[in-house]
Design a protein around this ligand. Structure first.
Ligand code: BES
Ligand code: MN
Ligand code: ZN
Length: 528
């Protein structure tokens, strides 16, 4: 979809449809008021007649009126609060776009960013609009011989802007489009079937991205090299498959400084059968989504490269297939990880932590400012938090707070979970330094405890996205693109608060020196 700004008097705008809001208490938004006036009280008359109903989330399509240039006006009712929550705002947007899509209009002017929303400024509201509209426009038809919706009618969405707002709102449009591109990238990779989206497919994706963006480079470490290097945990998973695994490293240098990078590590199990500890057959197809951590890393790198974010970011994707075969690991096998610590593989289905632990050790060489791993790690996480929030584990409170806050701001929520020492005991092994499972209770926590043993040298957080990365079964089945929004917001926040590149010549400071650098980072709402 194409997005741009439009200034001028609303009644003179020639569009197939103009979207305006009315709250469920019948108070018209400023644009609705202007149109009402130009149409001789036409909208208020319809409201009086009861055409609009009084529930939030309803709409009426009004057709051409004298005094108004547009063909249609879509009046959307939203909740009757002075300020909407982010979710209420998104609900109104979703409702509007679905009504517009079924109308056949292909050029639309939206004014819904006039609604007041908690903690969101005008720019944020435009970004959220683009995210919702892009989500509504998304479909994955790659493998349908007769694809529907290849040419959706809705092609252009314009947002009404005051003349003074143009520069800042154009930046918001660019940010919203960059973010949506990243989210869609993550969705496409997630939805792609396991026979196509293999570890090598992810390798090719990284190479293509390095070609597309000058600030991005990539390096591939093959399974053989990883074996020589001593990444025995990664290899213990990948060796069961005919498809060769890889560690994919993408480096984004958006700032000219030699600043310490923020590292993202993604679980890229392109299909998880469970290995010799084979999974049951029901819904096993959904284990093609076991690379959604990696997909979110590709999506986030796309978003920040599109935004030209001023930051140093390294992405490490561990790509492998978890298969049962004559070469596969068996329960009871003991392997040596890249860190030197040994692991007794008690269940080959707990493979995510095995590939991730070696990537976490590898990350040490970057002397990272922070490391965040993202993984569809445990079914237990879905039991704990359901589908609304990703789980956050961290060895540093500030990092955990930053991620939770980025999730809140971007409407891509995450919730903190404990990493207490008491849980560590569950993964003790009589034969190795640790086992790869911790018994029936607290499965998401013990998986995080396992990872924490490989992340002692830096500030680290782990996002378990098993419940948030895709929608299971049913008509809405598909990748959600989460947590690209959260991660991108987190990196935007990092770029705004990064320390200055080089120390200033030391004049004796009278007041306390500040380490906060000004940045040209895209605008997003301030921390609540
Ligand atoms: N990829 C799965 C986790 C998963 C399962 C996510 C179902 C979403 C839905 C992971 O590799 C796995 O199999 N984990 C096991 C761990 C267990 C063997 C300790 C699980 O959660 O059952
Ligand atoms: Mn598994
Ligand atoms: Zn898995």
């Amino acid at each position: 979809m194409n997005y741009s700004l439009k200034t001028g008097q609303i009644e003179k705008q020639k569009y197939d449809c103009i979207i305006v809001g009315v709250d469920s208490d019948k108070i018209l938004s400023p644009s609705a008021k202007s149109l009402d006036k130009a149409g001789n009280g036409w909208i208020s008359k319809l409201i009086k007649q009861g055409d609009l109903g009084d529930k939030a989330g309803q709409s009426v399509m009004l057709y051409k009126q004298p005094g108004i240039a547009a063909e249609r006006i879509l009046v959307v009712t939203h909740d009757e609060t002075k300020k909407l929550s982010l979710n209420q705002y998104k609900k109104a947007l979703r409702h509007a776009i679905s009504a517009v899509k079924s109308s056949g209009a292909d050029k639309v002017l939206s004014t819904l960013h006039e609604l007041e929303v908690n903690d969101l400024d005008e720019s944020d509201k435009l970004i959220e609009s683009i995210k919702v509209f892009e989500q509504a426009a998304y479909s994955y038809n790659e493998f349908k011989s007769k694809a529907k919706n290849k040419n959706p009618s809705l092609k252009q969405v314009h947002f009404l802007a005051g003349t003074g707002q143009k520069a800042s709102l154009q930046k918001a449009i660019d940010t919203g489009m960059a973010l949506s591109k990243g989210i869609n990238k993550a969705k496409d990779l997630g939805n792609c079937p396991g026979n196509v989206c293999t570890p090598n497919y992810l390798v090719d994706e990284a190479k293509a991205m390095a070609k597309r963006y000058t600030a991005l480079t990539c390096k591939i470490i093959s399974e053989k090299q990883l074996e020589r290097m001593g990444a025995g945990a990664f290899v213990s998973v990948s060796k069961g498959s005919d498809q060769p695994g890889s560690m994919i490293i993408m480096e984004y240098k958006g700032s000219k400084t030699d600043a310490k990078p923020h590292v993202l590590v993604g679980k890229g199990i392109t299909f998880d059968t469970g290995g010799i500890s084979l999974k049951p057959g029901a819904s096993m197809d959904e284990m093609k989504y076991d690379m959604c951590g990696a997909a979110s890393v590709f999506g986030t790198m796309t978003a920040i490269a599109e935004m030209k974010l001023s930051l140093h970011v390294v992405a490490i994707v561990v790509a492998a297939e978890n298969m049962p075969s004559g070469g596969a690991s068996k329960p009871g096998d003991i392997v040596k990880t890249l860190s030197g610590q040994t692991v007794e593989i008690l269940n080959t289905d707990a493979e995510g932590r095995l590939v991730l632990c070696d990537a976490l050790t590898y990350a040490e060489r970057y002397k990272p400012a922070s490391v965040v791993d993202i993984a569809t790690l445990t079914g237990a996480c879905v039991v704990a938090l359901g589908h609304h929030a990703s789980a956050v584990y961290s060895n540093q409170q500030t990092l955990s707070d930053k991620l939770v806050s980025a999730g809140e701001q971007s409407g891509d929520r995450a919730w903190p979970m404990p990493l207490w020492d008491e849980y560590q005991e569950q993964i003790n092994s009589p034969f190795a330094d640790m086992g790869n499972i911790g018994g029936r209770s607290a499965g998401s926590i013990t998986a995080a405890c396992f990872l924490s043993r490989f992340a002692k040298k830096y500030h680290w957080a782990h996002l378990d996205i098993a419940g948030s990365a895709w929608v299971s079964g049913g008509a809405k089945k598909g990748s959600t693109g989460r947590p690209v929004s959260l991660l991108t917001q987190y990196l935007i926040d990092c770029s705004k608060n990064k320390p200055k590149a080089k120390a200033q010549p030391k004049a004796k400071p009278k007041a306390k020196a500040t380490t906060v650098a000004k940045s040209k980072a895209p605008s997003r709402r301030k921390k609540a």
